[in-house]
Design a protein around this ligand. Structure first.
Ligand code: ADP
Length: 320
């Protein structure tokens, strides 16, 4: 291989830049030129191609977001759009593509591989951590720490005013961020989309806590489970306790990546480039039990990552 390319696609995640840096420099170390397309699959179709030299990825390791920009492309979802993309890749003599992104982006990579036999290598980049085949996806640790910082601050005011605070974190289809910050933030309860919950029971537990002398409480809710505003209202109506809510929203996506996310991204990016250049394809790299691994995209996309019930149970036990 003489020429590969890299894209970031779908939702941005802190640490994507570190991954791009690693892909570029690992390729250069193997004597391979690395190109970047701006705006993910949309940019491939529009031929937004640039040669990425070592200096182009200097000073980006600490930056959130992605210097390659990201986008969603409906065109690429159609066979005609993908045909166009493959033609652009071939015209530019690109022999392999590293795709950094979430489930959707990896599905796009799988299509290029299965429909055209085009060499691809996926890198899991998603704050949601919902991608199978890796214990962590790039950006999750940073998002969790950003949410935790906010929760710690809210705890101070919840304590002083003796209030219940309902905090809504990201996670439309899953509660990975919610469970992690509920544990590390010492929350009373966590509501996730995967597990049914009873608001009545939550109110009962809050009453019991008050009876035992606990004057303030934090509840964490994943955005896909319920709206924090509705929960706050329900709690106030049913218990009479003063309650407030806070929706953390997009602040969880941004910011400088944690050391964990940077090292993860550097390892995965470098591993992905090296495997692709060595002739492996149709896979996604990951980290399992602290070790670098690579799984077929068909396995990754055909497997659902589930919340660890032990962690959910721990939130409950430690709140008592
Ligand atoms: P994420 O990668 O964060 O999950 P999306 O689900 O929005 O984000 O996917 C990003 C892009 O990947 C889409 O805009 C589209 O171009 C491509 N993509 C997603 N799903 C498919 C699919 N089923 N077939 C082809 N391309 C897809």
């Amino acid at each position: 291989m003489k020429k590969i390319a890299v894209i970031t696609s779908g939702g941005d995640a802190p640490g994507m830049n570190a991954a791009v840096r690693a892909v570029v420099r690992a390729a250069i170390a193997r004597g391979v030129d690395c190109y970047g397309f701006h705006h993910g699959y949309r940019g491939i179709i529009a031929e937004e191609i640039v040669l990425l030299e070592s200096k182009d990825v200097s000073g980006i390791i600490s930056q959130g977001g992605t210097i390659l920009r990201t986008a969603r492309s409906d065109e690429f979802r159609s066979p005609a759009g993908r045909q166009q993309a493959i033609e652009i890749l071939r015209e530019n003599e690109i022999e392999g593509l590293v795709v950094i992104g979430g489930d959707g982006s990896l599905t796009g990579a799988r299509r290029l591989y299965e429909e055209f036999g085009f060499p691809v290598m996926g890198v899991p980049g998603s704050i949601d951590n919902d991608i199978a085949g890796t214990d962590f996806s790039i950006g999750f640790d940073t998002a969790v720490n950003t949410a935790l910082e906010a929760i710690d601050k809210v705890r101070d005011t919840a304590y002083s005013h003796e209030r219940v605070f309902v905090i809504e974190v990201m996670g439309r289809a899953n509660g990975f961020i919610a469970v992690e910050v509920a544990l590390s933030g010492g929350a009373e309860a966590v509501l996730v989309p995967e597990v049914p919950f009873s608001l009545q029971e939550i109110c009962d537990n809050l009453r019991k806590s008050r009876a035992k002398g606990k004057r303030s409480s934090i509840l964490v809710v994943a955005e896909g489970a319920a709206r924090a505003s509705d929960i706050k209202q329900f709690i106030h109506k049913n218990t009479g306790f003063e309650a407030r809510y806070l929706v953390l929203g997009h602040m969880q996506r941004g910011g400088s990546p944690t050391s964990f996310d940077r090292v993860l991204a550097l390892r995965l990016g470098s591993f992905a480039a090296n495997r692709l250049i060595s002739g492996y394809s149709g896979e996604m790299v990951g980290l399992e039990g602290g070790k670098l691994v690579s799984h077929p995209l068909s396995y990754v996309l055909g497997t659902t990552r589930t919340i660890d019930p032990e962690k959910l149970f721990l939130v409950e036990v430690l709140a008592k």
